[in-house]
Design a protein around this ligand. Structure first.
Ligand code: HEM
Length: 517
């Protein structure tokens, strides 16, 4: 079944508008979310110190609802990245806006301002967390992994994981990534060969194999990779693990769906009223945390029973770093949740970008046969630049800061508009084109500001899975370009919508044929 993700007609749009407004007003008056202290206002500051700064343009809004009506008119929360992109075009690389709620956010999109934010993020950088998750953790007194940690606890665990997942030689994980990717692509190859062997279509064309359930397959793959990095590839031969991973993939995928539904409905209100949207989310997260912990327990049990020496894997490394068992569970489950949708959708976007460029596919296939990877590396950078799955990165500034001649008060939420920055002609020549060679040495005229693309963020709290994800993308795309010619079968232009991460607005239909040259 093909699912059209978001194209409301005028009546549905009106109903959507009324729903969102009603819900927002109710939630503001009844259940104000106390996440961060409100930012100090300009009126509280010494006026002489403020006047020497360049004022930040402010988008005017209404009392209580702020500029929420404008956002709804632009398509609602699922179109936030496009809405903010239009605002940047109107107001420039920095502006303030209150999209409802009690606090302004400052949006920045220039490479220099974005870099400045990371310079001011402090010792324990704080990022905004999805309300639904924060509420769940509070309600269930649930202690979570790295993404949710704060202060000294975060720094301690982050330093350990930096050593194990980001710094130095990570070749030990190649064997795990390669074997999972080989298995998935091998299935695609044999199905593609079977379909191609059937008599050609009218007109003599070789038949193509349309990849079924691409999103689910890529989810399964990214979770399997993490499991193998954690416990070694041999863990997959255990009788129970395949079905446990199938089930785990389904429920992690559902978490993503439930959380994105709660992006357009205030979680606190849903929780107070015990609405199905909250109950489903809650039950689903319970199950993911329980099953994740059960998989770990099972794998630990298997390893203890094994006679032969263990493979080189993260679990042994965490134990050697004296991370307690309970903490390993917390870290592992949240690594899986963080990796699932980001890697699955970044891979989908990269395959989509490739499917639009048959000549580039051919060039990449040729490059692979010479064991060079510069162009492939550039392609991955291009798809992450054009389709950053996290289109906003947020930081609460721990101190008053001066950013590009502007004054930003302590505790302000600053949001980096990655979607806009990656498509800004001030950062990239012909920004809307996929030009992998722009990242090759000697092509610097094509990249004016490389920091215009920060898909994994930078600084202390940047993505801990960056190198894992890049290795995965590299392995998947390298194999695909060598073996297949890829085509996109979608009849309507594919665009991005925001559902926790940016995803295609329709089910992506990719067709494969054996590569013949
Ligand atoms: C292409 C795939 C990926 C993208 C684009 C991506 C992007 C990001 C970004 C932008 C952040 C920073 C969020 C912030 O600063 O607030 C982040 C954080 C994080 N990512 Fe990724 N990510 C990807 C894959 C992964 C993978 C494979 C893992 C697990 C191995 C992972 C685990 C995490 C964790 C745990 C954090 C929180 C780090 C912390 O708070 O210290 N990510 N990711």
């Amino acid at each position: 079944m093909r699912v059209k993700r978001e194209r409301p007609g005028p009546l549905r749009w009106l109903r959507h508008l009324l729903d969102e407004l009603l819900v927002r007003i109710l939630s503001l008056s009844l259940f104000r979310v106390k996440s961060k202290p409100p930012a100090a206002s300009f009126s509280g500051l010494d006026s002489s110190s403020v006047t020497k700064y360049v004022p930040i343009p402010r988008v005017k809004g209404l009392p209580v609802v702020g500029t929420l009506l404008d956002l709804i008119a632009a398509g609602g929360a699922t179109h936030l990245h496009k809405y903010i992109d239009a605002r940047h075009r109107q107001y420039g690389p920095i502006f303030r806006e209150r999209l409802g709620g009690t606090q302004d956010a400052v949006f920045v999109s220039s490479a220099n301002l974005m870099r400045g934010v990371f310079q001011h993020e402090g010792q324990y950088p704080q990022h905004p967390l999805p309300d639904a998750w924060t509420l769940y953790n509070q309600q269930h007194a649930c202690q979570r992994g790295l993404f949710f940690m704060e202060g000294a606890e975060w720094l301690h665990n982050r330093r350990i994981l930096n050593r194990l997942l980001l710094n130095g030689n990570l070749n030990w994980m190649d064997v795990h990534i390669e074997s999972c990717t080989r298995r998935m692509v091998e299935q695609w190859r044999s199905r593609t060969a079977e379909v191609a062997a059937i008599l050609p279509e009218e007109g003599g064309e070789i038949r193509s194999y349309e990849l079924p359930l691409l999103e689910q397959q890529l989810y399964r793959w990214s979770i399997e990779v993490l499991c193998c990095i954690m416990f070694g590839t041999s863990i997959l031969t255990c009788p129970k693990i395949q079905s446990a991973l199938d089930h785990f993939t389904q429920i992690v995928h559902k978490v993503f769906e439930h959380s994105s539904r709660l992006m357009t409905f205030p979680p606190r209100l849903a929780q107070m009223l015990r609405l199905p949207i909250w109950r489903d989310f809650e039950a689903n997260v319970d199950e993911v945390l329980r099953e994740g912990a059960a998989i770990i327990d099972y794998c630990i049990g298997v390893q203890q029973d094994q006679k032969q020496p263990h493979e080189d894997a993260l679990f042994q490394r965490l134990q050697a770093a004296e991370v307690p068992g309970e903490m390993i569970k917390r870290i592992f489950v949240d690594l899986v949740i963080a990796a699932g949708d980001t890697t699955a959708f970044s891979s989908q976007w990269a395959l989509f970008a490739l499917s639009q460029e048959p000549l580039l596919q051919k060039r990449l296939a040729r490059e692979q046969s010479t064991h060079d990877s510069r162009l492939l590396h550039g392609l991955i950078k291009e798809s992450l630049r054009l389709y950053p799955v996290a289109p906003f990165i947020g930081r609460y500034l721990p101190q008053d800061a001066q950013l590009g001649g502007h004054f930003i008060e302590k505790d302000t939420m600053v949001l980096l508009s990655l979607y806009t920055a990656g498509r800004d002609p001030a950062h990239f020549e012909q920004p809307n084109r996929v030009l992998p060679e722009r990242w090759c040495i000697g092509q610097s005229e094509q990249v004016h500001q490389s920091h215009g693309s920060l898909p994994f963020a930078i600084g202390q709290r940047s993505c801990i899975g960056r190198r894992v994800a890049l290795k995965q993308l590299h392995s998947l795309l390298g194999r695909c370009v060598s073996q297949f010619e890829m085509r996109c079968l979608n009849e309507q232009p594919v665009d991005s919508v925001l559902r926790m991460v940016t995803v295609p607005d329709q089910t992506l239909r990719l067709a494969l044929r054996p590569r013949t040259e």
